[in-house]
Design a protein. Structure first.
Length: 456
């Protein structure tokens, strides 16, 4: 099922594009991709490209994905499966996907960056595509245009081998466990709070409890040496080592926790996920390395902060208590299964969608008893409300109410006084819930997928 986590806009439309001029010779750039994606006033550099033949809405197309980080074979396979089912792919942000017809017309584009996802859409985009000796080269662009909820645009170029239907990337190499590398931890770059710089000179990497059923890592950046502390991530959050940044993330660099501590802030210690990302993140050979950036200044609770760091730190074998047991589902996924298809009356017609089983109307979703200022945002399928209780109390009540309604946990909850994340599943429906402090109480945002938004 396609995830619509943080989608601000979705729709299917046709974009007029320039026709392909095939078999024309063109010098190849040194990189597979170069260009910029512009979303909500921020610029995101794109340096990797991938091109493949796929089927979307029963139409054979050529998809070109440009991203800020290399795409794994597993992620490509997952994306293609979603596309076959009519869903939107979900690559590591930032990325843009360009969809060309087999005749070479730029038809659709979609993108994700920061905390914004743009579904397949129309616009003033133009593009050129050239095929030569099994490689695709070309360019595409759209002026940075402002709409009601956001601004977006892009300007990209690419030169990459084309994966034909049935072909795939080389299998992602499984990382072998082993001791930490003999490498000296280092961190360089900028960490600002309310315009004032703090020198983060110490970094360490540690395994932590799994999150969302995936192995998880915590990175601790501090002004003062924390190497001898038994709980550096916990104590750094209370300012024991001066200004600090504590990042929780998965092995692929996806961040799910970010705690900001800066001596220039009035509010000492707050959570700010969604505004920070990794670039060129790698965990291999007993060490982690990469970049952390907010792509400029961000504002949270009236405080501004900014980070742009490069780092490397040793990280050895994951302890047994933090390992994720292989699930039956993963075993089933590796087993070859016969493909079944449903016939249609014509090749150009789609099979009628089947009604969702036990589909819950959004207005029936369990909230807290004191939920106030409830807003149902149908366009983006979000729910927002406020509570007078603190974050922990809201999470406890909301979890109990959802459990009684048949919702189950989808991975581990991340609950802190500064911010919390809950993920729930019920059949094909999914919820991602964010809870944060607000004026002595709490503010709750629920991102839904698979609920009915029909008027009752």
């Amino acid at each position: 099922m396609a995830k619509k986590f943080l989608n601000l806009l979705a729709g299917i439309a046709v974009i007029s594009g320039a026709a392909v001029l095939f078999a024309q010779q063109q010098p190849k750039p040194a990189k597979t991709a170069e260009g910029t994606l512009m979303v909500d006033g921020k610029n995101y550099p794109l340096t990797y490209a991938l091109a493949y033949e796929t089927t979307i809405n029963e139409e054979e197309v050529i998809a070109v994905v440009l991203s800020g980080q290399a795409i794994s074979s597993d992620k490509l396979k997952e994306a293609m499966e979603k596309e076959k089912d009519g869903g939107e792919p979900n690559f590591k942000r930032p990325y843009i996907q360009l969809r060309f017809t087999k005749a070479g017309e730029l038809k659709l584009w979609s993108a994700s960056a920061g905390n914004t996802s743009l579904g397949s859409r129309k616009g003033n985009a133009t593009g050129e595509l050239k095929l030569q000796d099994g490689r695709l080269s070309g360019k595409a662009s759209q002026p940075n245009e402002s709409e009601k909820f956001f601004s977006a645009g892009f300007d990209v170029r690419f030169d990459v081998a084309l994966l034909h239907a049935g072909e795939s990337l080389p299998a992602t190499v499984t990382k072998k466990p082993g001791p930490a590398a003999n490498v000296k931890p280092s961190v360089t770059g900028v960490f600002k709070g309310n315009g004032k710089d703090a020198k983060l000179t110490h970094v360490s990497a540690h395994w932590r409890e799994p999150f969302n059923n995936q192995p998880s890592i915590v990175l601790v950046f501090t002004e003062k040496d924390h190497s001898k502390d038994q709980k550096p991530d916990f104590n750094a959050g209370f300012g024991k080592f001066g200004s600090a940044l504590v990042i929780s993330l998965h092995e692929d660099g996806d961040i799910f926790g970010c705690e900001v501590v800066h001596t220039a802030h009035k509010r000492q210690g707050f959570s700010s996920i969604g505004t920070i990302k990794t670039n060129n993140f790698q965990f291999a050979d007993g060490q982690v390395q990469g970049e952390l950036t907010t792509d400029g200044q961000s504002e949270v609770f009236g405080e501004t902060w900014e980070v742009n760091l490069k780092f490397v730190a040793p990280l050895g074998e994951i302890p047994k208590e933090f390992q994720v047991a292989a699930s039956k589902k993963s075993e089933e996924d590796t087993t070859d299964k016969p493909v079944t298809t449903k016939s249609t009356t014509k090749l150009t017609e789609k099979a009628a969608p089947e009604p969702a089983e036990n589909e819950l109307n959004v207005k029936d979703l369990a909230l807290t008893k004191d939920a106030s200022d409830v807003e149902y945002k149908e366009l983006v399928e979000h729910i927002e409300f406020k509570s007078k209780a603190n974050v922990k109390s809201v999470c406890t009540e909301l979890s109990a109410n959802l459990k009684a309604q048949g919702w189950t946990k989808d991975g581990s909850d991340l609950i802190t006084p500064a911010s919390s994340i809950l993920k729930r599943k019920r059949g094909d429906a999914e919820l991602t819930i964010f809870v944060k402090p607000e004026n002595g109480g709490s503010e709750v945002k629920i991102f839904t997928d698979g609920l009915s938004w029909d008027e009752k």
